[in-house]
Design a protein around this ligand. Sequence first.
Ligand code: GLY
Length: 424
Amino acid sequence: MAPASSSSTVPQPGRSGTSIRRGTEIREAFLTFYAERGHARLPSASLVPEDPTVLLTIAGMVPFKPVFLGQAERPAARATSSQKCIRTNDIENVGRTTRHHTFFEMLGNFSFGDYFKEQAIVWAWQLSTQVFALDPDHLVVSVFREDDESFRIWRDVVGVAPRRIVRLGEDDNFWASGPTGPCGPCSELYYDFRPGDGDEPLNLEDEDRFIEFYNLVFMQYNRDAKGTLTPLANRNIDTGMGLERMARILQKVPNNYETDLLLPLIEAAAALAGVDYRHQDESVRTSLKVIADHSRAITHLIADGVTASNLGRGYILRRLLRRVIRHGRQIGIEDPFLPVMGDAAIHLMAEAYPILRDRQEEIRSELVREEARFLETLERGEKLLAQILAAEPACISGEQAFELYDTYGFPLELTEEIAEEHGV
Ligand code: GLY
């Protein structure tokens, strides 16, 4: 479903730009900025992609892959969307770092064989510095090592000082949605929380100092299974701005979780556990953040038709649900609570994604069913695992881990997590 639309106009430089703070305002300002520049405003596609080669929608460009590849008609020459996305490749980092999520919203502007590098760069800069009113002294950009053209545009057209333009290699600045398919060099905008620390050297990997918030992909190639790059018929633009990241910057909070996009869910979980998030140690805070993050993911997945199972995206849903329950138990939530978190997530996000309200009953029943099923499995498995880990020296063999999974249905990743908590 599309984020709710409104007729508000983009604030002008130096006037109301600085008033944009809330997640809904950021989403609206982005989409309006590009709509006013001729982009068709498209609704978010489902988390379940039409493309059978991809399990979940992991970026704003996923629904447009066939367009980039010339296999489908373009919906418009230019488009903009706020796409719901799920990535689980970094699931262990969720709640532990300031900025990793499973569910997130990606704001994007796309050109399908229409404008290219210079226009994309200039608009990205204007949006960042005029609409979101970011101080240019706090911005750093990166370009692909060999992309002299982007370097020149940033330096000569936008006026960024060369020492604030960092050249990076393929790992950082060549973007692809998967091992094969459309791809291209990219240029990223970073927010620098401590420009006073100087420019030499600029280490963009320093996550305390920098956060990458906007990626501009110059979608030019199709990569085949052998790694060969073939130029696409059109030169395209695919961008992604993390809504949660921009909210963190504008709301001046220490991590994405304390923005208005997630904090209400942390507070809902904290209320269930009878704790105050602000006065907890790091491990309780991490559990609260995991619960908040995954609650958004599971409600959206179920709304988009996914049901828990042991396969594919059904397994991803099951894994996320089970992690919520485990973290809830870790912070003292004893009673079933998933439906309460589901309702809180729906309440928070239904204005932007009305499908959540439409599917509220289905979401609730799936959460009730899966929670009951897992609590049984969990109690049995945890008892067995505690016995295994109580031995001296504490150790768990592959055979025991397999038996827990195979005979008792206790997930391997939970065995791993619990063993790790015991230093095993
Ligand atoms: N498609 C651009 C990104 O995900 O960063």
